[in-house]
Design a protein around this ligand. Structure first.
Ligand SMILES: [Ca+2]
Length: 229
């Protein structure tokens, strides 16, 4: 019998006790329509203004509007993603930036992992109307959490160059506004997909896990000595 087998059994039991080894511990994403797949859109893009967002989108649109994009470029997840700048097709104007936001049910004092994928609209076919090469946006969790930029240079419609960003933040109230706000102009803005906000375990849970791992370390050494004696 492998000497590691008992160790695995005890580790599994410990994880189950901590709620980490069961399906019920799967983190719950607080974001509605997190991948922008709703409503499904059979076309290149559809412009969303504020007001006028269809049922099932769940995000509030601000600024100069956004574009829900299906076939124009490859989404990071599923079929659709979101351009934070709307293409208004006004040939002589740089489109002002847009935004989306959503109110999340949070618990004051609880820490959350905010995760999303970002790139920029790689369509530069109508330069300079697409705006600057480097697009920018602010991500907020009530107040601004972080500002991001993305240089479209070298990226294509087939591969926009999606990258994942993650932040840890602590909620201060029962409702928190998650927001993605473009801060660059032009019909091509920052694009986002696959957003999630999940509660992190309480610090006491981490302490229990660390204590459990410490005990398992002693147990494993005991088994090793017994089998090699
Ligand atoms: Ca998607």
């Amino acid at each position: 019998m492998s000497r590691f087998k008992p160790f695995r059994s005890v580790l599994y039991a410990a994880l189950c006790l901590l709620g980490l080894g069961s399906a019920s511990a799967t983190p719950i994403n607080l974001v509605a329509n997190p991948s922008f797949e709703s409503p499904p859109h059979a076309g290149i893009t559809v412009r969303y203004d504020t007001p006028g967002v269809p049922t099932g989108f769940f995000w509030t649109v601000g600024g100069a509007g956004v574009d829900l994009v299906e076939t124009r470029w490859t989404a990071q997840d599923g079929l659709q993603s979101l351009d934070l700048n709307q293409d208004t097709h006004l040939a002589s104007l740089l489109t002002p930036p847009g935004s989306v936001s959503q109110s999340l049910a949070t618990v004051a004092g609880t820490s959350y992992l905010v995760s999303f994928w970002m790139a920029s609209n790689p369509d530069t076919s109508e330069s300079p109307r697409d705006g600057p090469a480097t697009k920018t946006m602010d991500v907020g969790f009530d107040s601004i959490l972080h500002s991001y930029s993305f240089d479209v240079t070298g990226h294509t419609l087939a591969d926009p160059g999606w990258i994942q960003q993650q932040l840890i933040v602590t909620a201060t109230g029962a409702n928190t506004i998650l927001s993605f706000v473009s801060t660059s102009s032009g019909y091509a803005g920052m694009i986002i997909d696959n957003v999630s906000v999940t509660a992190l375990p309480e610090p006491s849970t981490f302490a229990m896990l660390l204590a459990g791992i410490g005990l398992l370390g002693f147990a494993a050494r005991g088994w090793t000595r017994k089998e090699t004696a």
